[in-house]
Design a protein around this ligand. Structure first.
Ligand code: FAD
Ligand code: NAI
Length: 510
């Protein structure tokens, strides 16, 4: 009897909590689909131009009270991309649209309307306070260029792929930064597999085609190598068994170990796990040249000698970190205070670009002393959102104080009431103006390493702890799910995970 009663209660609780989650999701979806009417921005307010729709800019937009400014967003990408799950799109574990959020949908939820231009900023003139933008949409056939004036400018254009000028990299390798890159890799993996399975291929050619080389042992390279090996073990092996013993993943890293930013214990765990997964890790190996069929690399031996090797490949993925975008380089060359900065726009503790007054920089294009991560970019964007809201409040308060003081001089009768309001406004102003400089709070680092294992260096309650394995993988999944931009993204990612687990990944080549 007791057991039955407990089971009945457990069933009721499960039922109620499921109904609660479903109900809440429906409520959020309804709210998303029926936003409040927006009002037009006030043309007398300052024009705030935001470049980019990545982690930094979108965090700023989320926080910003848009009714205080005329906000204009310019980006060649009309969506926000949740980069942490991009490696999963290369093999179809997740479909790419599940991690994209249209910027129009984000802007529609702001109180005052925001202008969005799908275009690329080509140059910034800090003296005339204008930016030049180029729209190269295919529909027009020709590119069109225009100018946008600004009172305040935020640069959140991110970074481009570093190639260090190594010959052949741009022509022959795939990068992993944007949706288009992930789609290209997904197509190319299957091209290699189908071509290797084609009738009459020589054994050397099959080996080359089935050799997937990843250059760069940072988190991008490691996560991609892990996803690739999973894809092969869980799907390709079953679907194309005749070439299954020829598939090989090699990860090349110039430094003595992979994941240099993680703790020693996790580096060892990662390297052991990757080796168990049969991924060949070549550390202390620097790629020097790339051709259409092979990479040439220099291996540093323990005795200090160097050996040059040629490694044939079918697919080459280049993940060696970030380089400065041309628009950022161009701006740096126009500002004398930036002449010693190499890795991006040097900013002060309020994220103002050094040597300017009305330009701020956030994320991968800014040098504020932190790593180029989504975590840093979004905290910086959030900080600027609060700063701009405060600046607008300050201005409103100051105007009101001026108004009241001049009224006090004219109409003596109102003066007691006005003096009281001025006092209260000044008190508020002191509080608003007391905004502290930006300080990054590190929540930890997470990376997927394949075969349903992940590593985590987490900072909690002033302590750090490092962990790796299958439980960390569940933590990785739930952490990234909770960080997804919208409920729609979250639902789509869960469905994709389920779909690829139950039916296998879709190997058809579009
Ligand atoms: P981005 O997010 O790159 O956005 C830049 C924006 O600027 C884009 O919208 C772009 O279209 C736009 N833009 C570019 N040029 C111009 C121009 N000329 N004019 C106007 N707009 C322009 N970090 C983590 O913390 N955790 C992770 O798990 C993680 N995983 C990652 C996985 C991958 C595969 C990659 C590539 C990166 C990952 N990162 C991760 C790093 C993280 O994505 C970046 O640090 C972050 O995107 C930086 O944000 P951002 O706003 O500076 O730039
Ligand atoms: P990275 O800069 O972290 O790593 C690039 C690696 O390539 C370096 O270890 C470097 O030694 C190696 N390299 C450079 N040139 C080479 C050559 N010629 N031959 C062989 N190896 C070479 O770059 P990554 O992984 O793209 O990451 C960029 C940023 O994004 C980092 O700040 C990273 O922390 C962040 N990120 C975070 C993720 C996470 O937290 N899970 C996932 C992906 C990126």
């Amino acid at each position: 009897g007791k057991l039955r009663r407990t089971l009945r209660w457990a069933w009721r609780l499960t039922y109620l909590s499921t109904a609660g989650v479903v109900g809440y999701t429906c409520y959020i979806v309804y709210q998303d689909r029926h936003p409040e009417p927006q009002f037009a921005p006030d043309p007398s307010k300052k024009t705030l131009v935001i470049l980019g729709t990545g982690w930094g800019s979108v965090a700023l937009l989320k926080k910003l009270d848009t009714e205080n400014y005329n906000v204009v967003v310019v980006s060649p990408r009309n969506y926000f991309l949740f980069t942490p799950l991009l490696p999963s799109c290369t093999t179809g574990t997740i479909e790419h649209r599940s991690i994209m959020e249209p910027v129009r949908a984000i802007l529609r939820h702001k109180k005052a309307a925001v202008k969005f231009y799908e275009a690329e900023a080509s140059s910034i003139d800090p003296d005339r306070k204008i930016i030049k933008v180029v729209d190269s949409s295919e529909i027009k056939g020709a590119t069109s260029e225009t100018e946008i004036p600004y009172d305040m400018l935020v640069i959140g254009v991110g970074a481009e792929n570093a190639t260090f000028g190594i010959p052949g990299v741009r022509e022959h390798s795939c990068f992993l930064k944007e949706i288009g890159d992930a789609q290209q890799i997904r197509k190319k993996i299957m091209d290699c597999v189908e071509t290797a399975a084609f009738k009459g291929q020589s054994p050397q050619e099959v080996d080359r085609l089935m050799h997937m080389v990843v250059v760069g042992g940072g988190p991008t390279g490691v996560e991609f190598a892990g996803e690739l090996q999973d894809f092969f073990e869980e799907d390709i092996k079953k679907l194309v068994p005749e070439i299954s013993d020829r598939f090989k993943v090699t990860l090349i890293e110039a430094l003595p170990n992979v994941l240099p930013s993680f703790s020693k214990q996790l580096i060892d765990y990662t390297e052991n796990t990757l080796r168990e997964e049969k991924i060949d890790i070549k550390t202390k190996t620097m790629v020097k040249k790339v051709t259409d069929v092979s990479v040439e690399a220099e291996i540093s031996r323990p005795d200090g000698s160097k050996e040059r090797v040629t490694i044939p490949y079918g697919l080459l993925v280049w993940a060696t970190g970030n380089a400065v975008r041309p628009i950022v380089k161009d701006l740096m060359s126009k500002i004398p205070a930036q002449k010693d900065s190499r890795r991006g726009l040097a900013v002060n503790e309020y994220l103002v670009v050094q040597g300017t007054r009305d330009i701020w920089a956030i994320g991968d294009c800014a040098v504020a002393g932190y790593a180029p991560t989504a975590q840093v970019a979004s905290q910086e964007g959030n900080f600027l959102g609060r700063l701009f809201n405060n600046m607008a409040k300050t201005e409103n308060h100051e105007t009101r104080i001026q108004e009241l003081s001049s009224r006090m001089n004219i109409q003596a009768g109102d003066s007691a009431e006005a003096a009281h309001e001025i006092e209260s406004l000044e008190r508020q102003l002191r509080r608003i103006k007391d905004i502290k400089p930006f300080r990054y709070s590190h929540q930890g680092s997470l990376a997927y390493i394949g075969s349903e294992k992940a590593v985590a260096d987490v900072s909690w309650w002033n302590g750090n702890f490092a962990t790796g394995g299958s439980m960390t993988y569940l933590f990785w999944r739930s952490a990234y799910l909770s960080m997804c931009f919208s409920t729609r993204n979250r639902v789509l990612v869960i469905l994709d995970w389920l779909k690829s687990k139950v039916f296998g990944r879709d190997v058809s080549r579009e």
